[in-house]
Ligand binder design. Structure first.
Ligand code: PNW
Length: 469
């Protein structure tokens, strides 16, 4: 098979080895998906509060009013993180919990206190916080004046970032400005199946929104650089999501080109200069690239799956359609097929295209649906195979990957699909008033991989060897 210049991994063969000392092992959540406390202690409403309270927008009309009740469960959350042995925890701040109307006119100290206590509780256990400022829950008050379509939201975001850096930056050294700008722009403002749920101007609105999101990121990065970096010495990035994409027919040049376009579209905000023509620029007349070049301290990367691409052209615009291979294992999410090889390939792609950046994998994980079963062997399989591909990328391909984050710490509100799709390492029993977190089988696999700093079976073998029978 043609290799397109990327290493052809021996998927089935596990590589025995370790990550370097200090490798970042993490797991992630997002505020709206876990916190609950939707009106607690003066919190303002976000576009997700409104969207989820609109009938028929979320599966079974689920909402995040209570979710996993993390707003009241700092100790429980830290306890399960400890059980996992992670050294980092990625979570997001709810903008309206700290600034109820989105502006700095009024600071909600009770809301800040939650994050302050959470950060301190994490640090007390030697778990470093990795904070996302914007994981999709824009203040509704800002949406009322146009939201991300309105350039003034960029200023509001900068003020919000300034406040959070000033309050938490003495203790927090890793930041993400915006989670998945592509999904915010396309899913929220093109398809309309995420908040704010706009779908009537798919030809232009997503591109205006994308432009403002990237500007907001760049403003926050520059602000940190100018005002906080010298003192706080942290790193600020954006998190980009991208599937890996293979040509549907590896012998067809059009399919090879289409596969490349699929990746360019989602990764464009970070601008590998070579592939700008197809990106947002061509379609919207705005360049996301000039304002952002160089404005990230590491490449934050969310990855789940692989697709097979073929050309789909609209007039003189070249697009791409995608299909999947029916032999790939399913998950609880229609879009997510288990394809570990794609992770090594896309890490190599990023290394090549973006000049060997420092990469932190900020999300990777798998879901299930249906009856609760704590024996989640599919998830253990997923993590073992995907993490081994990261190890191969690091040891065999010299990709500068410094960290791995499992999505998600616990089952939570999976956006428009509600609580039905479950990505958690821990099951959350939401019908019990105490909302307990219960470990699934995969917890022991992931914590063993972390403990061995790379890969479980070899480590278990070396432990076994030390046992005298
Ligand atoms: C990410 N896709 O979103 C988000 O950052 C999380 O909040 C979310 O829970 C997680 O992935 C699982 O879905 C994505 O369709 C949503 O390719 C959809 C896609 C990718 C990422």
């Amino acid at each position: 098979m043609k290799d397109n210049g990327f290493p052809i991994p021996d998927d089935e063969i596990m590589l025995y080895g370790e990550f370097p000392q200090g490798f970042l092992w993490s797991t992630a959540t997002a505020a709206y998906q876990i916190e609950g406390g939707w009106r607690a202690d003066g919190k303002g409403l976000s576009i997700w509060d409104k969207f989820a309270h609109t009938p028929l927008k979320v599966f079974e009309d689920d909402n995040g009013d209570i979710a996993c009740d993390s707003y009241n469960k700092i100790d429980e959350d830290v306890a399960v993180l400890k059980q996992l042995r992670v050294n980092h925890y990625r979570f997001s701040i709810s903008w309206t919990r700290v600034l109820p109307d989105g502006t700095t006119n009024y600071i909600n100290e009770a809301g800040f206190s939650y994050y302050d206590r959470l950060v301190n509780a994490l640090l007390a256990e030697n778990i470093q916080p990795h904070i996302t400022l914007y994981h999709w829950d824009l203040p509704q008050a800002l949406q009322n004046v146009g939201g991300w379509e309105n350039e003034t939201t960029v200023e509001r975001f900068k003020d919000y970032a300034d406040l959070v850096f000033s309050r938490l930056g003495d203790r927090v050294k890793l930041w993400i400005t915006i989670n998945e700008p592509y999904n915010v722009a396309m899913v929220g403002h093109g398809y309309g199946v995420a908040a704010p749920g706009i779908s009537f101007r798919p030809g232009t609105l997503p591109y205006i929104v994308g432009h403002n999101l990237i500007k907001a990121h760049a403003e926050a990065w520059h602000l940190y650089n100018d005002k906080y970096r010298a003192k706080q010495n942290g790193m600020v990035s954006i998190t980009i999501n991208s599937d890996w994409s293979e040509p549907r027919n590896p012998y067809k040049q059009e399919d090879i080109d289409a596969a490349r376009r699929v990746i360019q579209v989602s990764q464009d905000p970070l601008c590998s200069t070579r592939h700008r023509p197809f990106c947002f620029e061509t379609l919207s007349g705005v360049s996301l690239c000039s304002s952002t070049l160089g404005t990230y301290d590491y490449f934050g990367f969310n990855h789940y799956t692989t697709v097979l691409a073929y050309p789909l052209n609209y007039g003189n615009l070249q697009g791409a359609g995608t299909v999947v291979d029916r032999t790939w294992l399913d998950s609880g999410s229609g879009w997510l097929k288990v394809t570990p090889f794609g992770l090594r390939r896309i890490l190599n792609f990023i290394k090549k295209e973006y000049g060997n950046p420092t990469i932190i994998i900020t999300e990777n994980g798998v879901s299930e649906r249906g009856p609760i079963d704590l024996k989640d062997y599919h998830r253990s399989y997923f993590y073992e195979k995907y993490i081994n591909q990261v190890l191969k990328a690091h040891l065999l391909d010299n990709v500068d990957v410094r960290g791995y984050t499992a999505w998600s710490l616990m089952d939570n509100l999976e956006w428009a699909t509600g609580f039905a799709e479950r990505f958690g390492l821990f099951y959350v029993n939401r019908s019990d008033p105490n909302v307990p977190r219960v470990a699934k089988e995969s917890v022991s696999l992931y914590s063993t991989i972390i403990n061995c700093n790379g890969q479980a079976p070899k480590c278990i073998m070396s432990i076994l060897k030390q046992i005298k029978f």
